[in-house]
Write a protein that binds this ligand. Structure first.
Ligand SMILES: *[C@@H]1O[C@H](CO)[C@@H](O)[C@H](O)[C@H]1NC(C)=O
Ligand SMILES: *[C@@H]1O[C@H](CO)[C@@H](O)[C@H](O)[C@H]1NC(C)=O
Ligand SMILES: *[C@@H]1O[C@H](CO)[C@@H](O)[C@H](O)[C@H]1NC(C)=O
Ligand SMILES: *[C@@H]1O[C@H](CO)[C@@H](O)[C@H](O)[C@H]1NC(C)=O
Ligand SMILES: *[C@@H]1O[C@H](CO)[C@@H](O)[C@H](O)[C@H]1NC(C)=O
Length: 953
């Protein structure tokens, strides 16, 4: 048959009649398609999504994005144009009017609005007409800059508003157009309004646009739509009740659209609704004033991540017999889902049941008995509900289609329910659960041995058993394991024995074994993990050195070996790990020089026995943010050119080494450096005069990891609520809100550096630094902590320190500072720790003014010539801010006073020094409570750009 058509085509080259058959669509449609192609091709830098965007050859019905009718001649019925256009532009809406049979139109082309064809004028901007041009106050969102920057659209102002209101309305001539998808553009409410005229439309998507006002919803609600998708906009307002006029509405998607306020209860009157997805907004949804009892057609109800309030009785959904997808979770604590008290139960068979943090049955810990009637469940998430007791194994047994089970953050105890407890090879377990791919039992109190039955579930790719009480020899648990698990989290249990040889298969991406009792060396087998991106074995009892084959882990991004007893040098091979982002080997027994440093972003090597000179990374200009070398034996001078190697350095911690010589001037060029700890070294000489230039750009600096090269990361269940769990073949936990965090919230703390962007300070204490404290330090307004104690600084305390309005800690003790304490320092309202003890300061203290009422005499101890409260020595009747001359008199008088109080001072001296120590400790605490955690810290935000999931079936 096809051959025959081809022959006919060949024979009748000029046969107009047969052309449509050969060309696929009628000439008129083909011409229009080519015209569209030409018009779009003139757009600057258009980058067609697919290389096969190649209209012009062959049957036009087979061109990419074109759908035709089955009739002869074929007419174009569907058009799907998706491409990335870098600059926003106006669509020529007229160019689609030839497609008389068009039913479905999908356009995602960075469209900013449309032009209806001939209605407006072209020309150069003419100063004579300037009063008619797009004046800011006249125009809708975003337009003025666009027009004024391109100079070639000129439109008299009276036509302007009309222009936007008469925009897409030309499509009312496309009488068959039923489905229009304009998602992923940057359309504003004004151009959207013109869609109202397209009366044939039934299905409309304007998700992911630039809608910033709910007025757009108001306009659209006059249409007779059955499907409306407005998700991913930034409405920043309340949902207009007009939406309740859309009585034909079957599917309403409003997820992630920044809507707030109380959800209008008239939503419960939209009786045709099958799908209602309001997740990820700021709605206040009050039960029982909102009732879904009339929504008998409901299939999917998703309200998660809003503020749910009151009690929802599950029985109130009993009329919705087709419900398969129930997705609730409250961001607040005022919601309760009641499943037991009502006599009516759910008549539906749920497939997806997502109920995290729902205060199930008032935290009564009652296992959900209604579940015993459910046998079609595919995804179950009842995390964070305070449920306890033994987990009901029947839930797993009855629901053989289960793919996703999340029990995280409850108090389930006992050994794992069947069938997981089987330790021998269970026949057919992989057939029993053909779909199970995600099991999260973390943060419960499960006990017993590792459920090795899980090894045999071929579909299982994610297993999180962390933070339970499992107790097992990890070697035997994984002996001969052939599982397909990609993400295995066993941290925070009592697994013991040596590092399991079989645990890492070629398919493993993430392996967390931290906080267990694993002993012995890290075996060479680990190097088989070529897909591995995350390995955390911190806080175990591992010994020996890192295997030199480590370079084989070519995808590894996060390597955490902190808190073991690993020895030997850091292997040179580590340098070959090109994708390494985070390396923590602190709190081990590593020794020798660091010969080679990979170009990573977060480096933690503290508390080892490393020596040699300051280590430099393999390549210059790398994106290292954090470098922590504290408490090692590094020596030599601090190098110049640090800023060439670490231009993005944010945190540099060198405390407790043996660095000597001057603090290099180069440090001033580290524009982002805001946490610098050089304490307890042998640095000498004066401070660089340019020191205040350091950290100048810190505020502009985005302390987030965002590098698409190393973005093979995962997202845990926290991210999946509200997405399309259940039927999609994609592993859903890779889909989620656009800001996918690297790990679950509890683990995020371990790898993130948020808190560090808040911490900022200089600690130069316990060195041999000398000279004046530069006045310009007062310009480093970002400082929260300043510790210059235990050095040899002399001269006065600069009054400019009073400009450091964020300062919480100021320690200048144990130096040779002289002169008076600048009274301006009382302006430091945030100060919590303050010491100028053990200097040669004279004159009045800062008294009891402002914040200083909290500091006692220990802050001033060891300065014989100071007087005034809280010191017992009074300044007699000297004025608060004495003149210099009086000052001298004062100190003489003070001298006398000193002698008369010397006995007393001696008595309190012992105690004050203790108090100083105490304060210094609390100072240390406020500083290092942040820094100590640093070892565990990394903020990695997934660069998985949002996989926008397709909600049209
Ligand atoms: C819009 O498209 C129509 C039909 O293709 C064409 O005639 C018209 O010139 C176009 N207008 C602009 C401004 O490009
Ligand atoms: C949201 O609206 C309020 C006023 O209602 C306004 O102050 C605020 O700037 C808006 N936020 C955004 C992000 O547009
Ligand atoms: C729902 O519809 C009923 C009648 O159909 C009406 O009485 C009621 O006021 C409506 N509820 C809301 C909240 O609009
Ligand atoms: C199930 O597991 C058994 C034993 O591991 C294996 O022989 C069998 O092929 C597996 N079946 C399927 C469907 O994967
Ligand atoms: C570094 O330490 C090793 C022993 O761990 C020692 O042999 C070597 O001499 C030290 N090097 C320096 C420069 O101190």
């Amino acid at each position: 048959m096809q051959l025959a058509v081809a022959l006919l085509c060949l024979l009748s080259i000029s046969g107009e009649l047969l052309m449509p058959l050969c060309e696929g669509c009628v000439q008129a449609d083909k011409r229009a398609l080519l015209d569209i192609h030409i018009q779009l091709s003139t757009l600057p830098h258009i980058d067609w999504d697919r290389s096969d965007w190649d209209w012009g050859d062959g049957h036009c019905c087979q061109w990419l994005g074109v759908t035709c009718s089955n009739s002869r001649p074929a007419r174009v019925t569907g058009l799907n144009l998706l491409a990335f256009v870098p600059s926003p532009w106006l669509l020529n809406a007229t160019m689609f009017l030839s497609f008389q049979e068009l039913q479905t139109l999908t356009l995602s082309l960075n469209i900013k609005g449309c032009i209806p064809g001939a209605v407006f004028f072209f020309g150069k901007l003419d100063p004579n007409y300037s009063q008619f041009f797009f004046a800011n106050q006249l125009c809708c969102h975003g337009y003025p800059s666009f027009f004024s920057s391109t100079n070639y659209f000129v439109l008299p102002s009276p036509l302007l508003l009309q222009h936007f209101r008469l925009c897409f309305n030309v499509w009312s001539k496309l009488r068959k157009l039923r489905s229009l998808d304009l998602s992923g553009n940057i359309l504003s409410a004004d151009s959207i309004r013109s869609l109202v005229a397209v009366s044939s439309l039934r299905c409309l998507s304007i998700s992911s646009n630039d809608l910033t006002s709910p007025v757009a919803i108001q306009h659209l609600s006059t249409m007779k739509l059955d499907t409306l998708d407005l998700s991913d906009n930034a409405f920043n307002g309340t949902l207009p009740t007009d939406i309740c006029n859309m009585e034909n509405l079957e599917e309403l998607y409003l997820l992630s659209s920044t809507l707030f306020g109380e959800l209008p209860s008239c939503i419960g009157n939209l009786t045709s609704l099958r799908i209602l997805d309001l997740s990820n907004n700021l709605f206040t949804i009050k039960f029982p004033s909102l009732s879904f009892a009339h929504l008998t057609s409901l299939v999917k109800l998703s309200l998660s991540n809003n503020n749910l309030e009151g009690v929802l009785f599950l029985g109130s959904l009993s009329n919705s017999s087709q419900l398969t997808h129930l997705d609730l979770s409250s961001s607040g604590n005022h919601f309760q889902l009641e499943t037991v008290t009502s006599t009516i139960s759910l008549s539906a068979q749920l497939q997806v049941m997502v109920l995290p943090n729902c205060n199930l049955n008032g935290n009564s810990a009652v296992i959900l008995s209604f579940l015993s009637h459910q046998h079609a469940l595919e995804a179950v998430d009842i995390s964070n509900n305070n449920l306890n007791g033994h987990f009901p194994s029947w839930l797993i047994e009855k629901n053989v289609n289960l793919s996703h089970l999340n029990l995280q953050g409850n108090s389930f105890s006992g050994i794992l329910p069947l069938p997981f407890k089987l330790s021998k090879l269970p026949t057919g377990i992989n057939i029993t659960f053909p779909n199970l791919y995600y099991v999260n039992l973390s943060r419960n109190s499960f006990q017993g041995i590792f459920p090795s039955g899980l090894h045999y579930i071929d579909s299982l790719t994610f297993l999180d058993l962390s933070n339970n009480n499992f107790f097992d020899n990890i070697v035997s648990a994984f002996n001969g394991s052939k599982s397909n698990i990609r993400s295995l989290f066993l941290s925070g249990n009592n697994f013991y024995g040596s590092f399991p040889q079989d645990i890492l298969l070629a398919s493993t991406y993430h392996l967390l074994l931290n906080d267990n009792q694993i002993t012995g060396e890290i075996p060479d087998n680990i190097c088989l993990g070529q897909q591995l991106t995350l390995l955390d074995v911190s806080s175990n009892k591992l010994t020996g050195s890192l295997p030199t084959c480590i370079h084989a882990l070519e995808n590894i991004a996060i390597l955490n070996l902190r808190g073991n007893s690993l020895g030997g040098p850091i292997p040179l091979e580590l340098c070959h790990l090109k994708n390494l982002v985070f390396l923590d080997m602190s709190k081990n027994s590593l020794s020798g020089p660091v010969q080679c440093l990979p170009s990573l972003q977060y480096l933690h090597l503290s508390e080892n026995r490393l020596n040699g000179t300051f280590p430099f990374p393999l390549s210059w200009g790398t994106g290292t943010y954090t470098m922590d070398l504290r408490q090692n034996q590094f020596s030599g001078i601090l190098p110049e050119l640090m800023h060439k190697s670490f231009p993005k350095l944010k945190i540099l911690l060198l405390e407790g080494n043996m660095f000597e010589g001057l603090i290099p001037n180069d440090i001033c060029h580290l524009r982002y450096l805001r946490l610098l700890d050089l304490s307890h070294n042998k640095l000498s000489g004066q401070l660089p005069s340019c020191l205040s230039h350091m950290g100048l750009d810190g505020d502009l600096y985005n302390f987030l990891y965002n590098d698409s090269d190393t973005s093979v990361v995962m997202n845990d269940t926290d991210g999946y609520a509200g997405s399309v769990v259940g039927s999609s073949p994609v592993p859903e936990f890779f889909i989620g809100p656009d800001q996918e965090e690297f790990m679950t919230k509890s683990r995020q703390d371990k790898y993130k550096g948020n808190i560090l962007s808040y911490m900022s300070g200089l600690d130069f204490s316990s060195n041999q630094l000398e000279g004046y404290i530069p006045k310009s330090i007062g310009d480093m307004k970002w400082l929260r902590a300043l510790n210059f104690s235990n050095n040899r600084f002399h001269g006065p305390i600069p009054g400019s320190l009073s400009h450091l309005s964020n300062l919480e800690t100021l320690d200048l003790s144990h130096n040779n500072l002289t002169g008076q304490i600048p009274q301006e320092l009382v302006e430091l309202h945030s100060l919590e720790v303050f010491s100028v003890a053990y200097n040669n300061l004279s004159g009045p203290t800062l008294g009891r003014n402002g914040q200083f009422i909290t500091f006692d005499e220990s802050s001033y101890a060891g300065n014989p010539y100071l007087c005034g409260p809280p010191l017992l020595k009074s300044c007699f009747d000297a004025p608060l801010i004495p003149q210099p001359k009086e000052d001298e008199d004062d100190s003489k008088l003070g001298n006398l006073a000193l002698f008369s109080f010397s006995v007393l001072c001696y008595m309190i001296g012992f105690w004050t020094s203790l108090v100083v120590l105490y304060f210094k400790r609390s100072w240390r605490w406020s500083w290092f409570s942040a820094v100590d955690r640093l070892g565990d810290i990394l903020m990695v935000r997934s660069a998985l750009y949002m996989t926008r999931f397709n909600r049209t079936d």
